[in-house]
Design a binder for this molecule. Structure first.
Ligand SMILES: Cc1cc2nc3c(=O)[nH]c(=O)nc-3n(C[C@H](O)[C@H](O)[C@H](O)COP(=O)(O)OP(=O)(O)OC[C@H]3O[C@@H](n4cnc5c(N)ncnc54)[C@H](O)[C@@H]3O)c2cc1C
Length: 512
């Protein structure tokens, strides 16, 4: 059986038969099987937008050997009495726990939030009534911060191909569309994620794992550099290994860790607001028309030097999506973005943030606790401005001119907008850079200036980072690992999941 890889250009609304015909024509063969390896949209020429598809073909009629497959993640199983506690059921915590349990280590996940179905109900109620729910919100609950998201699965982190492949195949087995294996910009959508998260939980329980929902890790009992117990409200859970994957919203968990001697340092992070446009405007600018058969909705990713002081960029774009109230605590007000698999909502949204170091913002060298206090205070200021969860907002044009209040606009944000001098609510350095960035973006995307900008985006990355050994273990500890976004060493679903897997594999490979 011979093997060839070829690239084909097909119209955006091609049918499978056309793909088969394309292979037949290109290779001059009749009998074959094929697999899509990569599929990306080429929209460089607006009058010739097409899919660029790389396929691998197997046929008796061709010659050539299949390339060696890259090694996949293999998790060795061993019967053992060792126990692990994993805190957090986001991608980092879940995949760490999943791998540990597969290796035979008796693993318990502690999750402060509710299981996904109950969590979805809590979020629905919050968006209807504005009454915040501490265990069912966009930050806390089963599946972590990314469950109610766009579920973008892209990552620029290097050296995680084995882990990435493990995550993608686990998602596919749990019900994700098979296309995530080959799309250049794969995404799951919140509707799929809810099902996937539930199915993965069932798989974890089936192989012997345990999950305690609505159970917060309050403290750690430590002896001679070893965590001997994870303290939860009902008592202590003994463990040989403790992996903490709390995301970067859990302020009291960070503070407890610092109190218990876990070392953190401050680092660059990003701050800003969320942009919203009618999706039609983005489609028109990117494709030259308002819709394109066979493609859901146009995306953008923009960068600017801002005012030359802080870099400005768009992040976590959600085509056809919704801006959501993503607060983790009652008296804070922040926003984020999500979308469903079909990405068929009326609006496009994206974070627009400036990269900055906490020392620069605060004007002196600060400790990790001070950086957290400062950020939490900023989230509270937004809450106080709105006296709740309305999103302070301005039109992009008014933001650029520092002029307000802006006229009310239609928005996907469920809890209402409140006109604001948003540039004054954000730190001055951040808003000055974003203002210049927006001018730049308005030159790049036609109609960009007609959109709106709203809320506080404070969760694109963490301002602090755990000090870890090469094997992900916390400096000064024998059996404590901090992973995922809360460690400040990853960002996003894939890189956080990969970070959790790496820590689990270090434990397994160390001989348990
Ligand atoms: C609305 C939204 C949309 C997003 N969209 C995308 C996207 O499209 N693509 C992408 O790659 N990323 C996206 N992200 C970011 C992504 O969700 C995170 O990068 C990722 O979830 C981080 O994984 P994690 O496991 O490190 O932390 P998290 O997912 O934050 O999980 C941490 C978990 O720990 C729990 N926890 C915290 N403290 C404790 C404690 N003391 N005791 C017990 N449990 C605790 C929390 O309840 C939470 O469930 C989005 C985030 C949000 C909020």
């Amino acid at each position: 059986m011979g093997y060839r890889e070829i690239s084909l250009q097909l119209s955006t609304d091609y049918h499978e038969e056309e793909l088969r015909k394309g292979i037949e024509k290109e290779l001059g063969i009749k009998e074959f099987s094929y697999q899509i390896e990569n599929k990306s949209l080429d929209a460089r020429k607006k009058d010739r937008i097409h899919w660029l598809i790389r396929v691998s073909v197997l046929s008796e009629e061709i010659q050539g050997n299949a390339p060696l497959l890259p090694p996949s993640l293999s998790v060795p199983y061993r019967k053992t009495s060792k126990k692990a506690v994993v805190v957090g059921s986001g991608p980092a915590g879940f995949f760490a726990a999943f791998v540990l349990q597969k290796a035979g280590i008796h693993t318990t996940i502690i999750e402060r939030g509710a299981e996904v179905h109950k969590r979805a109900e809590g979020i629905r109620e919050f968006e209807k009534t504005g009454v915040f729910n501490p265990v069912s919100n966009y930050a806390f609950g089963e599946g972590g911060a990314g469950t109610f998201s766009d579920g973008k699965l892209t990552s620029r982190t290097k050296h995680i191909s084995k882990e990435r492949q493990f995550i993608l195949s686990s998602y596919i087995q749990a019900g994700a569309p098979a296309e995530i294996a080959y799309m250049a910009h794969p995404h799951l959508g919140s509707d799929n994620l809810r099902i996937i998260v539930r199915n993965l939980r069932e798989e974890f329980l089936n192989i012997g794992g345990r999950i305690l929902f609505e159970t917060i890790l309050e403290d750690l009992k430590i002896k001679d550099g070893n965590v001997i117990e994870a303290i939860i409200p009902s008592g202590g859970i003994a463990a040989d290994y403790v992996i903490i994957a709390p995301g970067h919203s859990a302020y009291e968990t960070y503070r407890m860790l610092i109190r218990r001697g876990v070392r953190f340092r401050t680092k660059n992070f990003a701050l800003g607001s969320r942009l919203e446009h009618p999706q039609k405007i983005i489609n028109k600018a990117q494709w030259g028309r308002e819709s394109l058969p066979g493609v859901k909705a146009a995306e953008y990713r923009l960068t600017s030097r801002g005012d030359g002081k802080l870099p400005v960029y768009t992040f976590c774009m959600c085509p056809g999506g919704t801006i959501v109230p993503a607060a983790a605590y009652q008296d804070t007000n922040i926003v984020n973005g999500m979308s469903l698999y079909q990405r068929d909502g009326k609006f496009a949204n994206a974070a627009c943030v400036a990269g900055v170091h906490p020392d620069k913002l605060i004007g002196r060298e600060v400790t990790p606790e001070e950086a957290l206090d400062w950020l939490e205070n900023l989230e509270r200021n937004f809450y106080q401005y709105s006296d709740g969860f309305q999103a302070p907002f301005s039109s992009i044009q008014d933001f650029m001119k520092r002029k307000g209040p802006s006229k009310m606009v239609e928005s996907s944000y469920p809890l209402g907008l409140k006109p604001a001098s948003l540039w004054d609510l954000l730190p001055l350095q951040v808003s000055s850079s974003i203002r210049e960035g927006l001018k730049d973006f308005s030159r790049k995307i036609k109609g960009f200036e007609t959109g709106s900008i709203m809320g506080l985006e404070s969760k694109t990355s963490s301002p602090i980072q755990a000090q870890r050994e090469k094997n992900s273990r916390c400096v000064g500890f024998e059996n404590l690992y901090i992973v995922g976004e809360g460690s400040g060493c990853s960002g996003g679903i894939i890189s956080s999941g990969a970070d959790g897997i790496k820590a689990a594999m270090h434990i397994i490979e160390s001989g348990m």
